[in-house]
Design a binder for this molecule. Structure first.
Ligand code: AMP
Length: 171
């Protein structure tokens, strides 16, 4: 892929609720870092969270966030995320159903993108504690474009009842 722009800082959300979840998240981070134009700068702790929405009886998720430095355009980065998801055998049959690996582009620099295929900041970001909590570990002061609020401020006002952390994995 063409390396066209100055490197941008992007944040990605990771989730897994099937199989060897911790191994999957570690391997996905390693795989992302091997892709041309992508460097994984750091990652949050892995948090175990109750599934939100979707069919009942799903196993718990392991969630994390990662900071990337990338020379890819946002759409190219989304394609890479989808390739890595597919490489880990994600099942897409059921909306919000169980998945081996879910990768979301949360933030890309200070950009706001509203496109058929890509929305940045990720629309779920501002209301999901399981996304905001790991992100707050990496960049609490970063203002989320379009909200005027920092990640930490959004976390403080996110609904409390939509997710219950049941464990904290040290990394
Ligand atoms: P999901 O099943 O939640 O992973 O959603 C995947 C779909 O969301 C794909 O078709 C993407 O094109 C779309 N999408 C829109 N914005 C984003 C984003 N910021 N990160 C990841 N997927 C996105």
């Amino acid at each position: 892929m063409a390396e066209r722009r100055q490197a941008a800082t992007a944040y990605v959300g990771l989730g897994a609720n099937l199989g060897r979840r911790e191994e999957t998240l570690r391997a996905a981070l390693a795989e992302l870092g091997r892709r041309p134009g992508v460097r994984v700068v750091r990652a949050s702790a892995f948090r175990e969270t109750e599934p939100v929405g979707g069919p009942p009886g799903q196993p718990c998720y392991l969630n994390a966030a990662a900071e990337l430095l990338t020379t890819l355009e946002p759409e190219e980065l989304l394609t890479v995320l989808q390739q890595v998801e597919d490489a880990f055998g994600r099942t897409r049959q059921v909306r919000w159903g169980p998945r081996t690996l879910d990768l979301d582009l949360l933030l890309y620099g200070d950009e706001v993108i509203v496109d058929r295929k890509l929305r940045v900041p990720h629309p779920e970001l501002v209301v999901r504690r399981f996304v905001l909590a790991p992100l707050a570990e990496l960049c609490p002061e970063r203002v989320v474009p379009g909200t005027g609020l920092s990640v930490a401020a959004l976390l403080a006002r996110a609904p409390r009842d939509d997710v219950t952390a049941v464990g904290l994995y040290p990394v």
